[in-house]
Design a protein around this ligand. Structure first.
Ligand SMILES: NC(=O)c1ccc[n+]([C@@H]2O[C@H](COP(=O)([O-])OP(=O)(O)OC[C@H]3O[C@@H](n4cnc5c(N)ncnc54)[C@H](OP(=O)(O)O)[C@@H]3O)[C@@H](O)[C@H]2O)c1
Length: 263
């Protein structure tokens, strides 16, 4: 099936690991050009080397960028647009969650989450918008979490900011539709990425990974009976970026193994 992504330019905020990196692989497989970013230079270099198995060096841009810094985001997106002569797709996949109950979360942690879950997305969309308009339209895909609709007490700051992002995505889908830019969200449940690997190594370093994830799926009652894989999210993102999703806007697709009960 031709997804119509050949030659398209996809900018992935936070593409140096996990879901973002898998998405970069799939875009390259489809003949797209990709720009990825992250804060850690080492992680970024490893990602860039890894991506060379999926695409040509000239089709890959990897730059350090902290998405919570407007200056960094502006410079990364400008760099991508200059290298590839435009931008067609923006994927907001940078981030991580913070665990803690309301009285555990410090003001600094609240500020960090607000910066990461709101402002980073605002900065990226503002910076990418003129480039998408120049192309006559494009796609924006915001990665979210089922927590946005189903908050959990032990992740209060992540859940509250995710709910705000879901709301913002809906508004933007209407405003940017006027520019033929389709905005959608992908809502994740529990996905096996570096984020979870760091938690496993911290909380259960002696447990075999397979046993840890089986146990996690049981504890969280995931109806599908297992934790998801990054490629199972990336394929949804690539679909939303493709010609096959040309009338999908303002939607949220759950990649969560039926964990969410919210309608
Ligand atoms: N995995 C899950 O179960 C799950 C569930 C719900 C939602 N999500 C969301 O899905 C998205 C992808 O997460 P993942 O699971 O793929 O995690 P991951 O493997 O840890 O990847 C996160 C990526 O974001 C980058 N990043 C984090 N903070 C950044 C910042 N301030 N500036 C620039 N880049 C930054 C990381 O690079 P650096 O650290 O080097 O900056 C990395 O490339 C995140 O928004 C996450 O909250 C994940």
């Amino acid at each position: 099936m031709d997804l119509g992504l050949k030659g398209k330019v996809a900018v992935i905020m936070g593409g140096s690991s996990g879901v973002g990196l898998k998405t970069a692989e799939m875009f390259l497989d489809e003949g797209a050009k990709i720009a990825i970013c992250g804060r850690s230079e080492e992680r970024l270099e490893n990602a860039q080397t890894h991506l060379l198995s999926f695409g040509d060096e000239k089709d890959i841009l990897a730059l350090t960028c902290d998405v919570t810094s407007k200056a960094d985001v502006d410079s990364f997106i400008k760099g991508a647009a200059e290298k590839f002569n435009g931008i067609d797709i923006l994927v907001n996949a940078a981030g991580q969650s913070v665990m803690g109950y309301f009285f555990d979360i410090t003001d600094e942690q609240w500020q960090e989450q607000i910066q990461l879950k709101y402002f980073a997305i605002i900065y990226a969309i503002r910076a990418a918008h003129p480039h998408l308009v120049k192309r006559g339209g494009g796609r924006i895909i915001n990665i979210n979490a089922t927590l946005a609709k189903e908050p959990e007490r032990h992740m209060v700051a992540t859940a509250a900011t995710r709910a705000g992002l879901l709301n913002l995505s809906k508004t933007l889908s209407q405003e940017l539709a006027l520019d033929n830019i389709l905005v959608n969200s992908v809502s994740l449940g529990l996905i096996r990425t570096d984020q979870w690997e760091r938690r496993r190594l911290k909380n259960a370093p002696d447990m075999e990974p397979e046993e840890y994830y089986e146990d996690l799926a049981k504890k969280r009652n995931i109806p599908l009976g297992r934790v998801g894989e990054a490629e199972e999210v990336a394929s949804v993102i690539v679909f939303l970026a493709s010609d096959k999703a040309s009338y999908v806007a303002g939607s949220t697709i759950e990649a969560a193994g039926a964990i969410g009960k919210a309608l």
